[in-house]
Design a protein. Structure first.
Length: 84
């Protein structure tokens, strides 16, 4: 799980030009609030990027159950898909 969490932090840092330290220090914060202020389209970008990178498929439940609300919840979601 920690490897996936680190990967997701690096991906968000690289895709959105946010310092890796800022991402890691805020991994449990809502991505719609500070310091991220992401829009839904940016979360979709992460969604599709992770599907391709890990060769997994997210479904409606993954979106509607707030699995994409924070960096840590995204990493947990990816980990669950990999382990199933």
């Amino acid at each position: 799980m920690e490897t996936i969490l680190n990967d997701v932090c690096k991906i968000v840092s690289n895709l959105f030009n946010i310092s890796l330290d800022d991402v890691k220090n805020n991994e449990e914060r809502c991505l719609f609030s500070q310091p991220f202020y992401f829009r839904p389209t940016e979360l979709l970008f992460i969604f599709f990027y992770l599907e391709e990178k890990y060769n997994i498929h997210f479904d409606e439940k993954d979106v509607f159950d707030f699995s994409f609300i924070s960096i840590r919840s995204i990493a947990n979601n990816v980990s669950n898909h990999i382990n199933n």
